[in-house]
Write a protein that binds this ligand. Sequence first.
Ligand SMILES: [Zn+2]
Length: 480
Amino acid sequence: MSSQIKHWLILQLLLLTLLNAAYAALKESSEEGEESAGFWRRQAQEQLKERLARTRDYTTDSRRAKNVVILLGDGLSVTTMTAGRILKGQRQGRRGEDSRLAVEQFPFAGLCKTYCVDEQTPDSACTATAYLGGVKTLSGAVGQSASGEPVESLLLWAQKAGKATGVVTTTRVTDASPAGSYAHVPKRVEELEIARQLVEEEPGRNFEVILGGGLGKFRAERRDGKDLLALWREENPDGCFARNMAELRNCSNSAGKVMGIFSDNHMPYHLASHRDQPRLKDMSAAAIKKLAEKAQETGEDHGYVVFIEGGRIDHGHHETRVGYALDEMLEFDAAVETVLKMIDPKETLVVVTADHSHALSMAGYSRRGTSILGMDEQQRDLDGVPYSTLNYAIGKWQSLDKDGKRESPSKTLGPTSYTPSYIRGRKGVHSGEDVAVFAIGPQAHLFGGVMEQNLLPHLMGYAACMGDGLTCCHQDQVPG
Ligand SMILES: [Zn+2]
């Protein structure tokens, strides 16, 4: 064979390999189609069918949920729950490990896979689009698919089904998680636009209850000259606006919608709050009372759907100040407890979950009753230096001496101090493992096992007969 032919053959082979690789890549992307909203909706509906078939032998629950309460702990990792539970007990003067969180009353629990279209470890925007819109998307995107199609949220489905709706958070009401219930933007930082959508567009403008922080985005920080607060008042002449706990209490006697914005930015941490700031449990109680009344007002009482977020657990973790994160976790726990006392699980589905995990670790062999915010006095590293009970994988502070060697953090460690980290970064980071989901009420059994995060609103839609997927009101559609 002449060398010319040999070269030609090698070139042909190379070209063929390249073409094959390009075709495979194209096929993969078009078959997977993760950029499109339809891909995730189809995938979730398939999972729902599978789940219905799989659980049929275990339950005969055919009840429809009239109301749905979604409680979301931002950054509420399983380690955060364990450590929070221990802190709860230790604050009562006990060893702590055997104390109980409100979610321990729930009969069903499962795990959610939190990855997004472009990230193994997700942010709060793409996850909100998943657990409120049923579609996974790009990190930072709110209420739209990776290719930019708007995604309807569970709260819009609820309004279409005649239900009263509301949003409660301890962050700015325009932050990524609450925004997932009403906004459509490619980037979560566009909070001025998110605020505009909340007041001017559907479903936000129909919310009967809006409670949280972030007044600046409605007025002072705006560059378009709009006063969104004045606009909301104009649109809702019988609406009640609250700036503090006393005003929120007064609003419960009013007939109209309620908007309570309690700070210019995020609401201060509970540990740093002023006395007239409502706690998450106060806001949750006010929201449920108002929404139940609003639902009854229509005469037909189609119920309500409310999204309640403990949003600052995540912020405590980002600061790597675990004392703040755990205190916010216990504030969230108190809100779950309050909700459970107010609802009837025969007609209300309550789902508690997290958007993503955080890189907090509880490592070593600490003895029973060891202070969860303090030192593990029993254990030593190879250099004989003790360490704290809780540490972060990555964070802004390491306990090092002037030669860069690890030293005991015991002198600086306190209830609100920085918590040591293994790897020095700018701040604490999210982590990618599954998060827990707990459910009680009609169809709660569907929330067991391991599931994609974007399945959650499809399950809630099924239970409460909302949205355009399978619902328990159309049993004939359930696979035989
Ligand atoms: Zn975060």
